[in-house]
Design a protein around this ligand. Sequence first.
Ligand code: IFM
Length: 434
Amino acid sequence: MKFKRSDFPSDFLFGVATSAYQIEGHAQGGAGSTHWDTFAATPGNVVRGENGDLACDHLNRFEQDLDLVRDAGFDCYRFSTSWARVMPEGRGPVNQAGLDFYDRLADALMERGIRPCATLYHWELPSALADLGGWRNRDIAGWFADFTEVIMGRIGDRMYSVAPINEPWCVSWLSHFEGHHAPGLRDIRATARAMHHVMLAHGRAIQAMRSLGMSNLGGVFNLEWAEPADDSPEARKAADLYDGIYNRFFLGGVFKRAYPENVLKGLEPYLPSGWQEDFDVIGAPVDWCGLNYYTRKLIAPADTAWPGLTDVPGPLPKTQMGWEIDPAALSRFLIRTAREYTGDLPIYVTENGMASPERKQDDDRIAYLDQHFSAVQVALNQDVPVRGYFVWSLLDNYEWALGYEKRFGLVDVDFDTMKRTPKASYFALKEALA
Ligand code: IFM
């Protein structure tokens, strides 16, 4: 690895990220059913019909996994809490075993000198709430605030940082418009409502945590750079709309208390009534902004109903996901986010990494990480307050609709034996962070 810790500011934090459903083993420990369990049980949704029942069995192996985090020299560990593990029906009764697990996880992190960075929701919605309309139902903001109080009432005292929702675009657009993730809908009204309610739930959770006296609270947004596929004004317009839907809608809601005009043009008729009154909650002040960055897309107009755009294959080298590798877009995003949305607020790269089929000598991942560390330095050199970077992910894990096939881990997992074997990228990072 070309970079060393000393190439970054002395207080720059390095971390590694995971999420509950992708690693814990959801069928264990008294967790309730989630919409990902039923989505995966429906033929055609997930490669080989795989689910998170056992995943990496992190529930029973977390001590060993956190040793790996510590031994690599990471400062922080970003994990998520499963709503259905803590409250199997989403509301009401609490699963004590679930709360106890996160309590032990928090203690185990503290014992190892690792900062716990929690995300409250990383996509596994309790089925009982999905039955009530899930993210389409405005009441979800209140249910989520209640869950926030329960889980943070127990572990909030030890959290270094907390964000309510991982990747609002995935929770809403990818899952309700494109239908690629649970609940697998393809409906514009459902999408508009989910997009707004996910923002409202974010704000209610921030308020709930402030009432508990918590600080260092942020939001985590996944961004994808939209490049026009050619020089035509039509392609420019399509790329701007893609940017609006993917990136600016969510950043705009929280940091400008407004949604972008080009998105409202198509979406406003489907938003819930009174949406304009919710920005005091949505824009509740946060202490930092997290950006998850993986790739860019080339966008062209398409002869369809709104939004009338499509992505076309690009020429850059690609990861195992087929995603183009474009580190320069990370620099652009960091700079643009600070200049247009967040000002002096600390920014963290809360996810970045690549899927690779290489299970031992993953030189492609080492190169990818090096290139993206350089991209962070470009932004730092322009005085963007980037304060930390988290690699996705610690372990090979359940990559949602793509099952266990795509491997993002610094550590290989043999899903038959659950054996963990650190890859070359793990050792390279360990050396760089020493
Ligand atoms: O695995 C996912 C994660 O759950 C959210 N961010 C992107 C990752 C890679 O697709």
